[in-house]
Write a protein that binds this ligand. Structure first.
Ligand code: SF4
Length: 439
């Protein structure tokens, strides 16, 4: 079948966006288009935008401007959270909200038709209604995403309304995907050779809450995925500490395929800041959940997100965060300097000076780098399994089950398959990575 055209994709933001880009690519391919990584040969450019921070918003606008400038003849599509929330003009021919993404191919083809007939094209999308229960807007099942690890989205939206966060306004209320669709996608992925699935969502722990179910329904989904032949590793997206129960953590331990790497959202190590953020836990509860996780996964790598310079954050509160990171044994922190998101409660609070935010960001980033290097060093002499993702002249690279980058040297030039899982021993560490030999 001849190709209808080439489509270039660029993704900003989180794993959910990555998944949705894969889903959009799949829709184009199944409709007769080809995917390209070269923007200059593209007929259609899809930019999947993000608005979680002011910086993400800026980069999203910049990406749209760049493709419009370098590829003036291409159809430019803006999708994702920033396009959903955009008030003014968006530099794109088509703007898709978070609800109408599944119509992407239809919208592009309508646009091309109206453009050829020189008709006026209208680009509109509907905003989520926050007062209403939402439904899960399924993109269909993905068969073969790019890369060696597959992201799988199991829910959308969030009901938490943390005071800094714009996401519930962009994504709407919690909506969970059906277990049947999840299992079907896991089977497709396994049949395409994927060994690792990263279970993602906007607020993964709330899976099933829209159906009145508790976190046991997330456990059931993890068990469903684990039962699919060929899937060897399951990694979980960001977890909300207050949702974790001993039953759930115990259950994860029994699955046997869960990666011992957990991203437990913290946002601040100061109880007073957590309160102002409207988070549903304090540091004592967070610590308790970390202990429970370590009880099941003693060698786990613990990563988190922290916002620095949240409105009103004092030096004492920031120091509490630094102390808590060490006390809790957090191995890596994704640091976000607070940025005002219009329409959120925190936007109206007293703001921290920009320079102070920058300095705090640097201090926390340095601490995180040290801790991540320490974790990699602690693996030296230990056996791990690496999912091979790329081949270089003399070595391969991939990630261990505890999410440490591994540089892998096979014995006697042995060929390793991309996408395979190999047993290795870590012989040395280099910054946050480990140098390994295949066993
Ligand atoms: S839990 Fe809070 S930070 Fe996370 S998406 Fe929901 S509102 Fe945003």
């Amino acid at each position: 079948m001849s190709s209808k055209g080439k489509v270039y994709f660029h993704t900003l933001g989180c794993r959910v966006n990555q998944y949705e880009t894969d889903a959009a690519r799949e829709l184009f391919i199944s409709s007769g288009y080809q995917s390209t990584t070269d923007v200059f040969e593209a007929d259609i450019c899809v930019i999947n935008t993000c608005t979680v921070t002011g910086e993400a918003d800026r980069k999203s606008r910049q990406s749209l401007r760049s493709v419009a400038r370098y590829k003036p003849d291409a159809v430019v599509v803006a999708m994702g959270c920033a396009s959903e929330m955009a008030d003014g003009v968006v530099d794109a021919d088509i703007v898709l909200g978070t609800r109408d993404k599944k119509d992407i191919v239809k919208r592009v083809e309508e646009f091309i038709l109206t453009r050829e007939k020189d008709l006026k094209h209208s680009s509109s999308h509907s905003r989520p209604e926050l007062t209403k229960k939402d439904e899960y807007h399924d993109f269909g099942t993905i068969i073969s995403p790019e890369g060696s690890r597959a992201f799988m989205k199991i829910q959308d939206g969030c009901n938490n309304f943390c005071t800094f966060c714009i996401i519930p306004f962009a994504r709407g209320r919690i909506a969970s995907r059906s277990r049947e669709n999840i299992v079907e996608e896991a089977r497709n992925l396994a049949a395409s050779g994927f060994k690792e699935i990263i279970v993602s969502g906007i607020e993964v722990c709330s899976y099933g809450a829209d159906r009145g179910e508790g976190i046991e329904s997330l456990l059931a989904v993890l068990n469903d995925i684990a039962s699919v032949e060929g899937i060897e590793r399951i990694r979980l997206g960001s977890l909300e500490p207050s949702s974790l129960t001993p039953y759930f953590i115990d259950g994860m331990g029994k699955i046997g395929k869960m990666c011992p790497h957990f991203h437990l959202s913290l946002q601040s190590g100061s109880d007073t800041v957590l309160k102002r953020m409207n988070r549903k836990y304090d540091t004592a509860l967070y610590m308790e959940k970390v202990k429970l996780l370590r009880g099941q996964f003693p060698t786990m790598k613990l990563t988190t997100d922290i916002i620095v310079g949240f409105p009103g954050e004092t030096d004492e509160e920031f120091n509490e965060t630094l102390e808590f990171v060490e006390k809790c044994g957090i191995d890596k922190v994704h640091v976000f300097p607070y940025s005002i998101r219009k329409g959120t409660k925190a936007a109206g609070m007293i703001q921290v000076d920009g320079l102070v935010k920058k300095q705090r960001g640097e201090i926390l980033r340095n601490l995180s780098e040290d801790r991540e290097c320490m974790y990699a060093k602690s693996l030296v002499g230990k056996v791990r399994e690496v999912l091979i993702e790329a081949k270089y002249e003399e070595h391969y690279s991939g990630y261990t089950e505890d999410y440490v980058q591994a540089i892998v040297y096979p014995e006697d030039g042995e060929e390793l398959n991309i996408g395979s899982v190999v047993k290795v021993i870590a012989e040395d560490s280099m910054y946050a990575a480990v140098i390994c030999k295949v066993l």
